[in-house]
Design a protein around this ligand. Structure first.
Ligand SMILES: C[S@@+](CC[C@H](N)C(=O)[O-])C[C@H]1O[C@@H](n2cnc3c(N)ncnc32)[C@H](O)[C@@H]1O
Length: 425
């Protein structure tokens, strides 16, 4: 337990002073729409919203509902987020070279994977990875039937479904085909977080709406569960999770109540934790809205800690970039501001740029003709708005792309999604 607690990733170092101010508890409460009273608070809320709007690029791609329905999983209720945008990211390959190999690091219900496989008949290698055996089984069946039944699908495509954490990407590629690791892959996708299949299954413990055991493991073989953190971890570590991963302003009071509950036998079911949060959230914090938002933040924080999500992501971004072929692309969809911040900083580090603010930063040094790279990419692809060029790669999304208004309306889970893409030189 002590070792697991020690593994808890400190995120304070990730936050620039500007971000820290933005993520300060009161500001965070304002951004999240928790009911506030004073005019000053309302003004701050408005200002924070404007800042948020400026720092991303809303997708202007037409939302194709029929495509999303086709590639979504009706039985599991999973809708792939920013499907059209992801397809566009890898579409360049058909125009220039070809997408011969593709790795979906988080295959889930195989929504994105199915669309990519169908869009690229030239594909020779497809690898779908997930830590969740149930998701992988479903994805495998889906991809097999797609490849067998669809005349548009590649005929000599080799498909691999691998039950592994994407932090082991290099060894997975090596095991599939060592040449693949040498030559590199043309496309990679990470669609972070959990799928609707996981959230909607009460037994997994991810949902604040359905009662179930406080589990929250994406990988059922992993040893650490939410129940262990809540009932055995040191008080300060519990508080740190709520404060840092949940950005929860009421973290200290919740920490004390969670620790106090241990003397009554501890917390074992999601309903017990939800009740504790509901009873700790006063009406002045936004009533019903307030406790639901607090519960969402607490559950998210615990999930991040249980699955060691930030540390895994940080380790894996560099590894995935290393596995790309020249000209290959890595696309990452994140749902949490800390994840997005990590992707942004890792991409800047990878291309050889300074660790500054991508909105104001000057471009990094070049080893290739930057003008040529810029016109090559921009002429072909309308979705790319602004890029940052470095010596090892180009960030194709200076600001993250967020879903179109239409997608947000139809799929509320997409609301916090941010897509960032990097291309290797
Ligand atoms: C949002 S879902 C992906 C949905 C998928 N893109 C689709 O269209 O159906 C995320 C998936 O990633 C898996 N996952 C999360 N972290 C992982 C990791 N570190 N390694 C491998 N899979 C992971 C989860 O189990 C989940 O199935």
């Amino acid at each position: 337990m002590a070792a697991a607690a020690a593994k808890l990733f400190s995120i304070s170092s990730l936050l620039s002073p500007r971000f820290r101010a933005f993520a300060a508890p009161r500001a965070a409460a304002a951004v999240c729409g928790v009911a506030t009273t004073s005019a000053a608070e309302r003004k701050r809320k408005k200002k924070a919203t404007v800042v948020k709007e400026k720092r991303r690029t809303r997708s202007d791609r037409e939302f194709e509902l029929d495509e999303v329905q086709r590639f979504g999983d009706n039985t599991a209720g999973h809708i792939p987020v920013m499907l059209g945008e992801v397809v566009d990211v890898f579409d360049y390959a058909s125009k220039t070279a070809s997408l011969r190999s593709f790795v979906d690091c988080t295959v889930g219900a195989a929504g994105h994977s199915s669309a990519i496989i169908q869009a690229h008949p030239e594909l020779k290698y497809y690898i779908g990875m997930d830590v969740d055996p149930l998701a992988l089984e479903k994805a495998r069946a889906r991809i097999d039937s797609l490849v067998c039944s669809d005349s548009c699908s590649p005929t000599d495509l080799k498909t691999y479904s691998v039950l592994r954490n994407f932090r082991h990407i290099k060894s997975v590629l090596n095991e599939v085909d060592e040449n693949l690791l040498d030559s590199g892959v043309d496309g990679m996708l990470m669609d972070l977080g959990m799928s609707s299949m996981q959230v909607d299954n009460p037994e997994r413990g991810f949902s604040i709406l359905h009662n179930g055991p406080l589990d929250m493991r994406m990988d059922p073989q992993a040893s650490l569960k939410a129940v262990d953190i809540l009932n055995t971890w040191p008080d300060a570590e519990v508080g740190k999770i709520l404060r840092d991963y949940g950005q929860e302003s009421n973290w200290y009071s919740l920490q004390n109540k969670i620790v106090k509950a241990r003397s009554r036998g501890g917390l074992h079911y999601t309903k017990e934790l939800v009740d504790l949060i509901r009873n700790s959230t006063s009406w002045s914090r936004g009533g019903r809205q307030g406790w639901i938002k607090t519960a969402t933040r607490v559950f998210q924080a615990l999930r991040i800690a249980v699955n060691d999500e930030l540390k895994t992501l940080e380790d894996s971004l560099h590894a995935c970039f290393d596995c790309l072929a020249p000209g290959g692309r890595l696309a990452v969809i994140s749902f949490h501001s800390l994840e997005d911040r990590m992707v942004k900083q890792a991409f800047l580090h990878i291309i050889g740029g300074s660790d500054g603010d991508a909105d104001t930063e000057s471009e990094a040094t070049y080893t290739k003709d930057p003008k040529k790279i810029r016109t090559d990419i921009a002429q072909k692809e309308a979705w790319i708005k602004q890029m940052i060029h470095g010596c090892k790669g180009t960030i194709l999304t200076k600001r993250p792309i967020t879903p179109s208004e239409e997608e947000e309306k139809l799929n509320c889970r997409s609301r916090s999604a941010k897509l960032r893409v990097i291309q290797k030189h």
